[in-house]
Design a protein around this ligand. Structure first.
Ligand code: GLU
Length: 371
């Protein structure tokens, strides 16, 4: 995609953070919700498939229950989410209905992405909703998702959803206007407009979580942008309260911070996925499946459980889970006989087993295309 040229996009994911939906009192910011809904409907009416990932359940629920502080314990958060999610959906339903648009609630947890069957199921559901011209309103299933099965923050969830539905653009709306080269609350900090590579310097600019209501600060947004970059889509972080923000970002106005996937990487991944000949299979354990599907992770020997076929260094292989389902394809750094010897081992053991070590990874993440 050319510089901020989003006029061809067909699928857009908008994520709205809690701080943009609730006031400091914990009550919903109706005016802002209404404005954002209006802009999404307008894009929807132009034929763009819009998906909304919304936070605010815990925040709104806490306000309704009468908690004055952010709920701390898991049961408290879950109770707040149970109350707040209903309120949230009710409000969205009402606002979207004013423009004749139907919404569908989709609540997901981490397992819906890491378990292949559930992943495909979630994808089919979202696909069907979009085909019916329904705007999916997605949140984490907070009432049942305890820490071990939680994605934890909706920036992450939004990036996963965007990858799941093959969106081209992810807009993360927040109370901060993008990524700054200093503390945005202090004078002299400049907004970084376009990011092409996520290095340590960029990551260090994202401080800790800023606002009181959401779980995410810049850190989770950058992590989400990383996932999105690996799925080949653009992420824009922008300020929710800015006038007409969704429409203007989608029209290509240089607002907020855009994170660009590497065009070369996207092309190469397409080739790996569709163009190259598959010479063998690597069966991997569930931990490796989860790590690979989270994005940005390489396949290490420790995750490989079985090797099939005769492949050489530089060949493309299929990566399958324990049921034999393909989850990715990638270019291998070791031949089949070597992978057979080092499978299940730690990277530190490679040199002892093979007598040499050219790479830590069996497949580097840049050479891996997820299914
Ligand atoms: N799922 C949470 C909620 O709706 C929000 C998580 C987040 O702030 O990222 O309250």
């Amino acid at each position: 995609m050319e510089y901020r040229k989003f006029n061809q996009i067909k699928r857009l994911v908008v994520k709205i953070g809690s701080s943009s939906l609730t006031y400091a009192t914990g009550k919903l910011n109706i005016e802002q919700m209404e404005k954002l809904v209006r802009q999404m409907v307008d894009l929807h009416n132009r034929g763009i498939k819009v998906l909304l990932v919304t936070s605010g359940a815990v925040g709104a629920g806490a306000g309704k229950i009468g908690l004055t502080k952010k709920p701390r314990t898991i049961p408290e958060k879950q109770a707040a989410a149970a109350v707040g999610q209903g309120m949230l959906l009710h409000m969205y339903e009402k606002f979207f209905a004013e423009y004749g648009v139907v919404v569908g609630q989709v609540l997901l947890t981490r397992e819906d992405f890491s378990d292949r069957r559930r992943f495909l199921n979630a994808r089919n559901t979202l696909q069907a909703l979009l085909e019916f011209n329904i705007i999916p309103v997605v949140n984490e299933n907070d009432t049942v998702a305890v820490d071990e099965i939680k994605l934890g923050d909706n920036d992450h969830l939004a990036a996963m959803v965007a990858g799941l539905v093959d969106a081209e653009l992810l807009i993360l709306l927040s109370d901060v206007g993008g990524l700054y080269d200093g503390d945005p609350r202090q004078p002299g900090a400049d907004l970084l407009s376009e990011i092409y590579e996520l290095n340590e310097e960029i990551e260090s600019l994202a401080g800790g979580a800023g606002s009181k209501v959401g779980t995410g600060g810049m850190v989770t947004k950058i992590q989400a942008a990383r996932i999105a970059m690996h799925s080949g889509l653009v992420t824009v972080i922008a300020r929710a309260s800015e006038n007409d923000i969704i429409r203007r970002v989608s029209a290509g106005e240089p607002l907020g911070t855009a994170f660009w996937p590497s065009a070369k990487l996207v092309q190469k991944k397409k080739w790996i996925a569709y163009g190259s000949t598959v010479c063998g299979r690597l069966c991997v354990d569930d931990g490796a499946v989860r790590a690979l599907q989270r994005g940005g992770k390489s396949l290490l020997p420790s995750g490989v459980t079985a090797v099939e076929g005769k492949f050489d260094v530089g060949n493309t292989v299929s990566v399958v889970n324990h049921d034999g389902r393909e989850i990715a394809r990638g270019i291998v750094n070791y031949c089949a006989a070597d992978v057979e010897k080092i499978k299940g081992c730690k990277t530190g053991e490679i040199v002892g087993i093979l007598g040499h070590k050219d790479y830590d990874e069996i497949i580097h993440c840049d050479n891996l295309a997820l299914e």
